[in-house]
Ligand binder design. Structure first.
Ligand SMILES: *Cc1c(COP(=O)(O)O)cnc(C)c1O
Length: 392
């Protein structure tokens, strides 16, 4: 594969491994194990397996390897390890680099399960975690210490769409020798420049935009070959969080169309945000692609677009938000994101239900807030639907 290929070409060709049949569409190698010609070959493979030599699907599999090589080529990392879910990736990245006595600085605005790992699991294993407001560089600076082993954040937070200044945080972290670990789901691989901006380990839940059609769970951990093969792989392959070959095939094929889907979704998101801003029934429209977003300049620099997610705050709190949600006919009420279908979520009562009220207040997760994952429907159909639903 040529390193000079653009992302569009890599998305359909990178990582392809063809069997003796020369299939066009990548094969699903639905097998746990691999046959050795001789006992000597088995011994040699356990000693050291080459890139096209496999032992057991928990360690690696040709379909999974195709997905790993393709996403690594797109993200611009040397290597990748595919995991059973996004949370297997977050847990695997953190657990494989951390040990008892280490210090971590983490943004507070995290996906619920990420917060559980940082708040409940890591301290149980002797890792000290300091939480900061991820959008405030001075808090990162104050919290990162000489013994800080890693910093962790979501580059664009859920559901209030606050950005972390990746370059700024990476400079502070690297000055103290800390690894930068970024859950980049909301930015998507399409709008990511995470490696160039200083991230050492990039994580995606592939369940979201990479599948993009709401079918399967998956995740991926990316970084240098050294980190992925020497640190992440041993942890993942021995603890059982590897991606299944079937799901890897879904994700691999998802990558072929991801750019087209995500760009279209982001374009529609911008249209919707611009049209909804100032609506008399809404107290806020949050979208990083709008000049009214407090970090609009950072979003333009860091992602080059506003992304596929927006959030609106319906005046009148929970009751009004529920009336709006229940009246929507095109958008559906669910909690995945990055899907071809537009998905609406009231975070205060679903994904972030368990957060104590003071934390919801601090994060701006108000009763009237509705998170919108913009899908592939016609922008005017969506806008018409939202307008009629708001009139309720
Ligand atoms: C969905 C999500 C995860 C978890 O991914 P799963 O595939 O559901 O395990 C982690 N981080 C972020 C930001 C997410 O949106």
């Amino acid at each position: 594969m040529s390193k000079d290929w653009s992302k569009a070409t890599k998305a359909v060709h990178a990582g392809t491994r063809r069997s003796q049949y020369g299939e066009v569409s990548e094969a699903i190698f639905m097998t746990q194990g691999f046959v050795y010609d001789t006992a000597e070959q088995a011994e040699a493979r356990f000693e050291s397996a080459g890139p096209d030599e496999f032992i057991y699907a928990r360690y690696g599999n040709p379909t999974v390897a195709m997905f790993e090589d393709r996403i690594a080529a797109l993200e611009g990392t040397e290597d990748a390890f595919a995991t059973a879910s996004g949370m297997a990736a977050v847990n695997g990245a953190l657990m494989s680099v951390l040990k008892a006595g280490d210090h971590v600085v983490s943004a507070r605005a995290l996906f619920g399960s990420c917060l559980y790992i940082a708040e409940e699991i890591l301290p149980r294993f002797g890792v000290e975690v300091t939480f900061v407001d991820g959008s405030d560089l001075s808090q990162w600076e104050a919290a990162i210490r000489p013994d800080t082993r890693a910093v962790f954040f979501e580059s664009l937070s859920n559901p209030t769409l606050e950005l972390v200044d990746i370059e700024g945080v990476a400079k502070l972290a690297h000055a103290q020798g800390a690894l930068v670990i970024c859950d980049n789901v909301f930015a998507t691989p399409v709008y990511s420049n995470a490696v160039a901006q200083g991230v050492d380990i990039v994580i995606y839940s592939t369940t979201k935009h990479i599948d993009g059609q709401g079918r399967a769970l998956g995740g991926v951990i990316m970084g240098t070959r050294e980190i992925i093969r020497k640190t992440v792989e041993p942890y993942m392959k021995h603890t059982g969080g590897s991606m299944s070959p079937f799901n890897a095939w879904i994700m691999l094929k998802g990558l072929e169309t991801m750019r087209l889907r995500v760009r279209e979704q982001a374009e529609t998101a911008l249209k919707l945000a611009a049209a909804l801003e100032g609506h008399e029934c809404l107290s806020r429209v949050i979208y990083p692609g709008l000049p009214s977003h407090p970090q609009h300049d950072l979003a333009s620099r860091q992602m080059g677009a506003g992304g596929t997610m927006l959030a609106i705050e319906v005046k009148g709190g929970k009751e009004a938000a529920y009336k709006f949600l229940n009246a929507c006919e095109v958008g559906i009420i669910s909690n995945n994101l990055g899907d071809a279908k537009t998905i609406l979520t009231p975070p205060a009562f679903t994904t972030h239900q368990r957060l104590p009220q003071d934390q919801k207040d601090a994060l701006g997760i108000t009763p009237g807030l509705v998170r919108i994952s913009v899908g592939l429907e016609d922008a005017d159909d969506l806008l018409g639907d939202f307008m009629q639903a708001l009139s309720h």
